[in-house]
Design a binder for this molecule. Structure first.
Ligand code: BES
Ligand code: ZN
Length: 891
């Protein structure tokens, strides 16, 4: 692949940018002056531009003292040439421009697209009328779709943004308008008025268009020095609520009309969160304002634009009556994540996308710290062990993974690394390091790093150097292979007379993958060991083996040893059969904490899949969880059962498996019941909907019956169990109900509720209805951002798997068009196929993607294939044994 980097000797310093959207014709016009520095004399200037029509360009060198400087005279380019592939425009001047500073002036036109990228339009309804707003999504490389710019993270500059705003609409950007220099907040809810400038733009700077009527001009204060991907401008009909932090930062939450009552939770959380980070990082948030804006059409969950963070509605809005505890928690975590970026990412930015994980891994770690601080009773750190650590261990066990620091150049490649490696493995290795350094040094290292690189850029090595400086520990050496190499180790425990030997080697999710690899990488593993004597010991394993003398170790079953105590290390542990047996007691009597209990079953299942442990042994271990009540441990247990369900569905033994799963779940099901008890914990509520949902999945008839009868009884089903009840209804009802769900979906204004309905539409037990669901998912009634999860729900339904696949194949060209390149949404369609098991399915999948292109999803295809091959091998190896084991259980 060609190098698509801009030359380093042209440095932008300031952009004066005016943008005028046309919300009826869905186009926009812009005008900009880029002040820049030429570090040597050039005859061409190349910058990024994509799908823009540049109608005017000139260069004016700054006046220079030297007589031969030739400064001050405006030069017009002989030619403007575009390179579509590289997404650049080059101004060819045909003579050399002098070294030094100068100004590029440009006028351009573009399309206000509906692809949720660059400068785009989003649709909403107000009082029965269809309306549009204009908004931006620039990360990673789409600022170039809105204005010509040096669109690389290290080209930081100041932005003076002016927006031409159709009268009656609100404009939001990274800073506050200049006419409102100090936040002198308007009274609550009166955010629709904007100050206007009296100078018409056409007088001030050779107008953008002839007629300015119907527009107000809103000029924003200059931004701090920042990267292009963090610029934002949003124009629409908004309402807002607001508050202030202790440091006097104005915090506002913007929503489309009629949704103001759903903004309160976000506002409170954002204020607390900002105060937490101010204190934690020791650097005050530098802008006078922080806006959080709910955008109806939004490709990701949220985007951290400096001072103007955008969210999809379901990631920001909490409806007091209709939002579940789980959605509320999601909102808090997303807010905490994006606000962390205001420092980690916005103030200090990665040098290049190779170091994307510095942004995403760090934010994915610290979001838990902040959320835990604000909502300690939510126990989010335990959930981290599943959401992030577990997810990363899964993806990183494939041969087709990639190192955290991945070499990327093309926008498609950059898009591909926004995955569980950059996010969750990144977060996990940060957590490992935090555990190793201790809270004090960890925080001091962060503060040092943030201070040193403020308004500038940094790389992975710079972060390690900062920690090394404050701690005096060899951080760089220790972390090198964690971020530089793919994969992670499994530690095999070998018992000798008076010693335990640990041996590390790279872990693969399947024997198929393992056979293909000769990886000899060694990792530095912090080893924390807890034992039945109540002792906790620390070690650092840096070589292939580590020998441990453990005094007073007897042979009795009362003796146990848990490695990776607290699960701060990023590895799996393969215990000897006896040691695993001995761990049952501390799981059962909860001498081990939730995270450690979770890890033991997680690794057992992973080792079974990999062919390192008979699946029957992992299943045996389940009996130790009879008394389990922890939410996250149950999430893990259910995950294990789900992969077996996928493996065994359609096999002879499936009914027996179903019976077995019911048995595993029924006790905890009775304990949580259907009704929330007064004063019960947050996680109890989460546990209830998880367990009832699983009982339904495994066709537990009493649960299915009860769900239906409750549905009739409630006037309004409590939000926490509404998803489960919809799912239960779907499973047991037909055409009429399907139609009812669809009509409810169409009329619903709460995105979270639509998502619940959409998922239920995938759960019907009738192939015809599932086909209808797929068609609906691609209809105009469903926003492009929401299609994939409805699809996934159909795919997840064993009856729907093949239908979803056939549908995908048939509609591939259309899907490609609807979800254009760097398509993480496309990725999500493809990833559903990881549930394939049989040889026939595998071949079909492989053949299809030999013939069809999937830009930005190539790695995902390889990952899915690898996963399917692994499942096939697992079933072949262990299917019969599992069946025998099940027969023994049920007799
Ligand atoms: N910076 C990302 C948004 C993003 C993702 C932009 C991919 C471009 C490509 C943002 O900080 C983010 O990570 N959002 C997450 C939610 C978060 C809570 C994990 C998302 O959108 O899924
Ligand atoms: Zn992020």
């Amino acid at each position: 692949m060609k190098n698509v980097r801009l030359p380093a000797h042209i440095k932008p310093e300031r952009y004066q940018l005016t943008i005028k959207p046309d919300l009826e014709g869905f186009v926009f016009e812009g005008e900009e002056t880029i002040s820049l520095r030429l570090e040597k004399s050039v005859s061409e200037i190349t910058l990024h531009a994509k799908e823009l029509n540049i109608v005017f360009a000139s260069f004016k060198p700054s006046p220079q003292p030297s007589p031969r400087g030739g400064g001050g005279k405006t030069v017009l380019p002989k030619k403007i040439s575009y390179d579509e592939k590289e997404e650049t425009a080059t101004f060819i001047f045909g003579k050399s421009l002098p070294k030094g500073t100068g100004e590029v002036r440009l006028k351009f036109k573009g399309i206000l697209n509906d692809k949720m990228r660059g400068f785009y339009r989003s649709r909403y309804n107000h009082q029965g009328k269809e309306k549009y707003m204009a908004t931006t999504q620039f990360e990673a490389t789409d600022a170039r779709m809105a204005f010509p710019c040096f669109d690389e993270p290290a080209h930081k500059a100041v932005f003076d943004i002016t927006l031409m705003v159709p009268q009656g609409l609100t404009a939001i950007s990274n800073t506050l308008p200049v006419t409102n220099p100090h936040p002198n907040p308007l009274p609550e809810g009166e955010g629709r008025e904007q100050e206007t400038l009296s100078i018409p733009i056409s007088v001030e700077r050779e107008g953008v268009t002839e007629h300015q009527s119907g527009y107000n001009i809103v000029k924003f204060q200059p931004t701090p020095k920042m990267s292009t991907y963090l610029v934002a401008f949003i124009i629409g009909d908004f309402e807002f609520i607001q508050g202030k932090t202790k440091n006097n930062v104005l915090v506002r939450v913007f929503v489309t009309p009629g949704k103001k009552h759903q903004a309160k939770f976000a506002l409170d959380t954002a204020i607390k969160c900002l105060e937490f980070y101010n204190n934690y990082f020791g650097i005050p948030y530098p802008l006078p304002v922080l806006d959080l804006i709910a955008i109806p059409d939004f490709s990701h969950g949220a985007m951290e634009n400096w001072g103007a963070v955008t969210y999809r509605e379901s990631a920001l809005l909490v409806d007091p009556e209709n939002s579940s505890a789980s959605n509320k928690q999601w909102v808090a975590l997303v807010i905490a994540h994006e606000l962390a970026h205001q420092w980690f990412g916005n103030l200090v930015t990665m040098q290049w996308w190779t170091h994307l994980w510095l942004n995403e891994g760090f934010a994915s770690y610290i979001e838990y710290l902040a959320t835990d601080h604000i909502f300690p009773e939510w126990d989010v750190w335990t959930q981290f062990a599943f959401n992030d650590l577990g997810a990363a261990l899964k993806l990183d066990s494939l041969k087709n993974t990639h190192p955290i620091e991945a070499e990327v150049r093309h926008p498609d490649e950059i898009g591909e690394i926004f995955d569980d490696i950059s996010y969750s493995k990144g977060a996990s290795v940060i957590r490992m390091l935090a555990g190793f350094l201790g809270e004090k040094d960890f925080r001091a290292g962060l503060r040092y790093y943030l201070k040193k690189y403020s308004y500038s850029n940094a790389s992975t090595a710079d972060l390690w150097a900062a920690f090394e400086k404050v701690s005096g520990k060899p951080v760089r050496k220790m972390m090198q292979n964690w971020t530089g190499k793919p994969g992670y180790p499994v530690l095999r425990v070998i018992e000798e007379k008076d010693r335990l030997i640990l041996k590390q080697s790279r872990f693969f999710s399947s024997e198929v993958s393992k056979k293909k690899s000769e990886d000899k990488t060694l990792w530095s593993n912090p080893i924390k060991i807890a034992d039945s004597q109540g002792k906790v010991k620390n070690n650092l394993m840096i070589s292939k083996t580590l020998s441990l003398t453990l005094p007073h170790r007897g042979r009795g079953t009362a003796q146990w040893t848990k490695f990776n105590f607290g699960e701060t290390g990023f590895y799996r542990v393969d215990y000897s059969a006896q040691m695993l047996e001995n761990l049952k007691a501390p799981i059962r009597n909860k001498k081990l904490g939730a995270i450690d209990r979770l890890a033991i079953i997680r690794d057992a299942f992973a080792l079974s899949e990999a062919g390192e442990l008979p699946t029957a042994q992992a299943l045996n271990l389940l009996s130790a969880y009879e008394n389990e009540t922890d939410y996250t441990v149950w999430v893990e247990l259910c995950g294990g059962l789900a992969s077996l369900r996928n493996l065994l569905y359609g096999q002879n033994c499936y009914p027996k498996f179903e019976q077995f799963c019911q048995k595993v779940l029924v006790k905890i099901g009775a304990e949580v019941g259907w009704r929330a008890k007064k004063g019960e914990s947050h996680t109890r509520g989460l546990l209830r909907s998880l367990i009832l949902g699983q009982l339904a999945v495994f066709n537990h008839q009493p649960t299915l019956n009860r769900g239906l009868s409750l549905a009739k009884k409630y006037k309004k089903i409590p939000a926490d169990i509404r998803g489960v009840i919809y799912q239960i209804i779907g499973r047991q009802r037909g055409k009429k109900q399907h139609r009812a769900f669809i009509s409810k979906y169409k009329n619903e204004t709460l995105s979270e509720e639509q998502n619940r309905l959409g998922r239920a539409l995938g759960q019907f037990a009738d192939v015809k209805l599932l086909k209808k669901t797929l068609e609906f998912a691609l209809s105009k009634e469903v926003r492009i951002q929401d299609t994939a999860q409805i699809f996934a729900s159909v795919w997840n339904n064993p009856l729907g798997k093949n239908i979803a696949w056939e549908f995908t194949k048939k509609n591939w060209p259309m899907l490609l068009k609807r979800y254009p390149a760097s398509g993480h949404i496309l990725n999500r369609f493809i990833k559903s196929a990881a549930s394939f098991v049989t040889v026939k399915e595998t071949k079909d999948f492989a053949n299809f993607f030999k013939k069809h292109k999937a830009p930005g999803a190539e790695r995902a295809i390889q990952q899915v294939l690898e996963k399917i091959y692994g499942s096939g091998a697992w079933l072949k190896r262990d299917g019969k044994h599992i069946e025998n084991w099940l027969i023994r259980q049920n007799n």
